[in-house]
Design a protein around this ligand. Structure first.
Ligand code: PGA
Length: 249
């Protein structure tokens, strides 16, 4: 049995005060893990705001070294004071900041070393989707990101499957198609790399324009174990119905 995980990726939004207010309005529900991923400056205040609530905190990125002369970077040692999770390889980081499967892999291995669980993002572009390359492309991302992990580490990974064309566009993917892609390009690849029990243990979120009016259809799919939510995670009246839907599924 995989526990659902509903994560809010706040991206580059919210000041410290705004973030703490939003965090206090989010509640954990039975049967679903709730993770808030604020920008770095607000991580400490969000961590305080959710203390004792059962809501967990994640970062949106991380460097793979523990400390040193790496101007502008944040290390896993710094994050683990506040966070349980870290999002790695979001498509925006791949597109604008040069993230690759190799850097995602290095970061994921370091995250485990420091007790952080990586939420590893993958997903194809519209061109790749239309060319029928989704399964091969996403499978390659998974293969690269999970390289050199132990079976125990791999089984703890959270994967967020986010087709790039569905992120922030209001055009979500079809839930049945997502279910099929997750099976073929994520669970089958993990089963090949490790074994079927690891493939069945990994939690896979869908991400891309998840909203209260489409969440139930996604949560009803056998391979989907939650969602990584951008826009709708910035408003409690939109995010809490998503948590409720995951709790009921
Ligand atoms: P969206 O973003 O929910 O605004 O589409 C999802 C994401 O980027 O994780």
């Amino acid at each position: 049995m995989r526990i659902q995980i509903m994560a809010g990726n706040w991206k580059m939004h919210k000041t410290v005060a705004e973030a703490a207010k939003l965090a206090r309005s989010i509640k954990k529900m039975e049967g679903v893990e709730v993770v808030l991923c604020p920008p770095f400056t607000a991580i400490s205040s969000v961590s305080n705001a959710v203390a004792d609530s059962g809501v967990k905190v994640g970062a949106q990125n991380m460097y793979w070294e523990e400390k040193g002369a790496f101007t502008g970077e944040i290390s896993p040692v710094m994050l683990k004071e506040f966070c349980q999770y870290v999002i790695l390889g979001h498509s925006e980081r791949r597109q604008y900041f040069g993230e690759t499967n190799e850097t995602v892999n290095k970061k994921a291995l370091t995250a485990f070393k420091h007790g952080l669980i990586p939420i590893i993002c993958c997903g194809e572009s519209l061109e790749q989707n239309e060319a029928g390359e989704t399964v091969e492309f996403v499978g390659g991302q998974i293969h690269g990101a999970l390289a050199d992990m132990t079976a125990d580490q791999a089984s703890k990974v959270v994967i967020a499957y986010e087709p790039i064309w569905a992120i922030g566009t209001g055009k979500s993917a079809k839930p049945e198609a997502v279910n099929d892609i997750i099976r073929k390009s994520i669970r089958d690849v993990i089963a090949d790399m490790f074994d079927e029990s690891v493939a069945q243990a990994v939690r896979v979120q869908y991400g891309g324009s998840v909203k209260p009016d489409n969440v139930v259809a996604f949560m009803g799919q056998s391979e989907i174990d939650g969602a990584l939510v951008g826009g709708a995670s910035l408003k409690p009246e939109l995010f809490m119905p998503l948590v409720e839907a995951a709790a009921k599924s």
